[in-house]
Design a protein around this ligand. Structure first.
Ligand code: S3P
Length: 436
């Protein structure tokens, strides 16, 4: 098992372009697989999760070629049938791969078996199995088809109207991808808008869809089946969720000055910026532009005093992946921060509520787990400790940043291989962006 030894840092400085967005890379590969023609992806996140999606796309008939650093060319099946895979499809640690691919597989007359690593095999799948069955797919699996492995016998599906019980972009995207090849209209309503990269990318690939806000404030997306995406050039924006670790480091380390170039600032992803505004922190923005139907910007981060935050409700889906690093920030904020309505954190790559509370406490934080969130009292100086990641990339990276901002002592973060799933460059940045 690999580990990192982290000593307190003076500051972070530099101009840095984050790696490609994970969510958007997955979607570019999947639409590349389904599209007519050759899709060229620039800024491809070459991390384990996205490479799993790519491998499955190849097992289903896509032709993929690496044509440069973070550049891939994918030729899709374009309206013809996917290949029936001759082996099990392994999504590794990636929930997005498993759930989005399940929608693709269910909508084609092929048989497939989908599995993942030990963490992914513990994560809930009923949320996609139920609506896909309603659309006409035959799905079986472990624990009454609520856990991977799942066997999927796809078919000619029919569109449904579906109200998602949880605001989950993975569920919404699974059903949109299934609906793309179903008869009639698929309509998905979610109580709170989750990340909308699938909607944006489908439109960029020429698929017609409608989105609207209901009078009750619910978000609705409608799609007519039988549309074939047209291949595109996709320039993937930088991953805001990866940038978030370094935003927090630069805010907390005196003397820091970090410029983060061309990072995606889709409002369904940047709830952290709203949380920061509540804490009295405002980042400088410039060079606002659009790429792959997504807004991008350059951000400049310098240290600022941080106040307490109250996080809940509609804000939660837009910062769900940032809660571990936000919790670390809250340990350095003046006052009591509460994060609620975030029970979904218990079914991510680890139980992130327990993991972050247990490990940050070892470093001196006053942090308490709640059934649906965390209560954190700040500001408490942190000290180095022996901590572990629970095999969860976002916990590992949060603890590494905690080690940088600790006042004293060395932090040993155990079990850090998992960082390869989303941010292979992270370890190198601990040297290139950090001054000691
Ligand atoms: C993702 C959606 C979110 C997020 C995950 C990526 C996506 O999961 O936490 O890291 O790319 O659609 P849920 O859909 O389970 O909320």
């Amino acid at each position: 098992m690999q580990s990192w030894r982290i000593t307190p840092a003076k500051r972070v400085r530099g101009v840095w372009r984050p790696p490609g967005d994970k969510s958007i890379t997955h979607r570019a590969v999947i639409l590349g697989l389904l599209a007519r023609g050759t899709t060229e992806i620039e800024g491809f996140l070459e991390a384990d999760d996205c490479l799993r999606t790519l491998q499955i796309a190849q097992q289903l008939g896509a032709q993929a070629e690496r044509v440069g650093e973070a550049r891939w060319r994918i030729t899709g099946v374009g309206g013809t049938l996917l290949h029936e895979p001759s082996d099990v499809l392994d999504a590794g640690n990636s929930g997005t791969t498993a759930r989005l691919m399940a929608g693709v597989l269910a909508s084609q007359p092929i048989f497939s078996v989908l599995t993942g690593d030990a963490s992914l095999r513990r994560r809930p799948m009923r949320r996609i199995v139920e609506p896909l069955r309603q659309m006409g797919a035959q799905i079986d699996g472990r624990a009454d088809a609520t856990r991977l492995p799942l066997s999927i016998r796809g078919d000619a599906l029919r569109g449904i109207r579906y109200l998602t019980p949880v605001a989950s972009a993975q569920v919404k995207s699974c059903l949109l991808l299934a609906g793309l090849n179903a008869q009639g209209i698929t309509e998905i309503t979610e109580p709170v808008l989750s990340r909308d990269h699938t909607e944006r990318m489908l439109q960029a690939f020429g698929v017609e869809l409608e989105t609207r806000l209901s009078t009750a404030g619910a978000h609705c997306v409608r799609l007519r089946g039988g549309q074939v995406p047209e291949a595109q050039g996709v320039r993937v924006p930088g991953d805001f969720s990866s940038a978030a670790f370094w935003i927090v480091a630069a805010l907390l380390l005196p003397g820091s000055d970090l410029v983060i170039e061309r990072v995606g600032v889709n409002p369904t992803r940047t709830g952290l910026l709203q949380a920061l505004a509540q804490a009295g922190v405002h980042l400088e923005w410039s060079a606002i532009d659009e790429q792959a139907g997504e807004p991008v910007a350059t951000l400049r981060v310098r240290p600022q005093p941080v106040g307490a935050m109250r996080i809940g409700g509609a804000l939660v889906p837009s910062l769900i992946d940032e809660v571990p690093i936000l919790a670390l920030l809250a340990t350095q904020a003046e006052g009591e921060t509460e994060i609620r309505d975030a029970a979904e954190l218990r079914v991510k790559e680890s139980d992130r509520i327990e993991a972050i509370a247990t490990e940050l406490r070892k470093m001196g934080a006053a942090i308490e787990p709640l059934p649906d969130g965390l209560r954190i009292r700040g500001a408490t100086p942190l000290h180095g400790a022996h901590v572990r990641s629970y095999g969860d990339h976002r916990i590992a990276m949060t603890l590494a940043i905690a080690g940088l901002i600790a006042h004293t002592g060395e932090t040993l973060v155990e079990d850090v291989e998992c960082v390869q799933t989303s941010f292979p460059e992270f370890e190198q940045l601990l040297h290139t962006l950090v001054e000691r």
